[in-house]
Design a protein around this ligand. Structure first.
Ligand SMILES: Nc1ncnc2c1ncn2[C@@H]1O[C@H](COP(=O)(O)OP(=O)(O)OP(=O)(O)O)[C@@H](O)[C@H]1O
Ligand SMILES: [Mg+2]
Length: 420
């Protein structure tokens, strides 16, 4: 818009300036033509100009308007002989400018000059002889001022036009995005309602699941009462109930994390010794590691405190450690290390497991996402473990970064702020 207005202003200015100078040049030419008639008299008598009659007709067939009638008060006329010697001048006193060799029209500062040659035809058909030169000088000061005023006017008009256009486009943009803003608000509300629904639904599912679990456990404590053909079915019910309970708990956790403001939960946070928390987890998971013939070791035991929720931080690391044990083949190693980096601590859980393909790395934290390889390797699992771990890390002002190589292993680095 600014460019268009700029181009328009320059075009209008150039057009007006060109026309004004053309008009001036035409006037100067008329004046020079009229003054040319006095040249022969002036050559004979240098005082002829001052004594010149207002009208002196000759017989050359033109209008013979005397130069005095054409001259404006900001112009002057100069007569030169064929040798460029000044014969006389009349009009407004203007600075002396030497007669240029060949120029017709020239501009020097605020003085515009127009020079014509005057020829004399001695005999009809004979070669014309140069009689002298007439030069008209005009001060273009007023013209320049007029152009300055035009420029100022154009500038002011441009600024007003620009302001009006900006206000107009702002208003139009606001009007056009109103429906989008409304839809966005509705979408946000809908999303919030959906999260609340998931939280409520998961919560409501807990009680019937607990009832099924308890009933199955009671039934299994009296195997003699169960028909032998139904034992397998009861085992399947117990296993499915366990799996569903885990899923519902995970969903409930994520849904609650989504709907609860971090600031509301932070009040109950305290400084947790991360090294101790990891030691406890290693003790707890060691039997599982031994059963799979996996070496589970804590590499560095730096004492570091992180302000947060002990249960949630425990959940974060147990999810990562369980994954490391689940996706590592027997004989492999899972190493935990703690390294402080300024105001942060990085807890790395490195395994020598099946690894993750580069194209899957950005997907592992998505809810319910599981790699096909992981599905064949381990049937159960909902694909929520890493989503929960990432949500907890973010709630604690941190993040999880992953580096992995298929067939070599993975390293999950949890970066958390150290308690002040
Ligand atoms: N240490 C690891 N090595 C290789 N792949 C992994 C590792 N950790 C996670 N993954 C991949 O990321 C996917 C998502 O992990 P996530 O923990 O969220 O779900 P899951 O382990 O499949 O199920 P669950 O909800 O029971 O934890 C896994 O299915 C697996 O494909
Ligand atoms: Mg998992």
């Amino acid at each position: 818009m600014v460019t268009i207005l700029g181009i328009f202003t320059v075009a209008v200015y150039q057009f007006v300036a060109y026309n004004l100078y053309q008009k001036t040049d035409r006037q100067m030419l008329g004046l020079a033509d009229a003054a040319a008639h006095s040249l022969s008299k002036l050559r004979a008598d240098r005082t002829a100009i001052s004594r010149q009659m207002p009208r002196s007709f000759d017989d050359d067939g033109d209008l013979d308007i005397p130069w005095q009638d054409l001259r404006e008060n900001h112009q002057s006329v100069e007569w030169y002989d064929a040798n460029r010697q000044l014969l006389g001048k009349a009009g407004k006193p203007l600075p002396d400018i030497p007669l240029a060799a060949n120029s017709y029209i020239s501009q020097q500062g605020q003085i515009r000059t127009l020079t014509i040659r005057v020829y004399e035809e001695k005999q009809r058909g004979a070669k014309q002889e140069l009689q002298g030169y007439i030069r008209v000088l005009e001060s273009t000061e007023e013209l320049a001022e007029e152009l300055d005023r035009l420029l100022l006017g154009l500038g002011v008009a441009g600024i007003i036009a620009l302001s009006l256009t900006s206000v107009g486009s702002l208003w139009l943009t606001r009007q056009s995005i109103k429906p989008i803003q409304l839809s966005f608000q509705q979408l946000k509300q809908l999303n919030q309602q959906l999260k609340q629904f998931t939280a409520d639904a998961s919560h409501e599912l807990r009680s019937p699941l607990a009832a099924i679990k308890t009933s199955t456990q009671v039934m299994m404590t009296h195997p003699e009462r169960i028909h032998p053909a139904d034992v397998d079915k009861l085992d399947a019910i117990a296993s499915a109930t366990k799996q569903m309970t885990c899923l519902v708990e995970d969903l409930l956790f994520l849904a609650r994390t989504d709907v609860t403001e971090t600031s509301l939960t932070q009040e109950t946070w305290r400084a947790i010794p991360i090294n101790e928390l990891l030691e406890d987890l290693v003790d707890f998971l060691s039997p599982q590691a031994q059963a799979k013939e996996i070496t589970l070791k804590l590499d560095s035991l730096e004492e570091v405190f992180v302000k947060g929720d002990a249960f949630q931080l425990g959940r974060l690391f147990s999810n990562l450690l369980e994954n490391a044990l689940q996706y590592t083949l027997p004989g492999g190693t899972v190493t935990i290390s703690i390294v402080s980096q300024g105001k942060f601590v990085v807890i790395s859980i490195e395994d020598t497991g099946i690894g993750i393909a580069p194209e899957h790395v950005p997907l592992v934290f998505h809810r319910f996402w599981r790699a096909d390889k992981a599905r064949t390797y381990r049937e159960d699992g909902s694909g929520l473990g890493l989503a929960i771990a990432q949500a907890i890390a973010q709630r604690h002002g941190g993040e999880i970064v992953l580096s992995s190589q298929i067939g070599v292993g993975s390293c999950f680095g949890v970066r958390l702020p150290i308690a002040a």
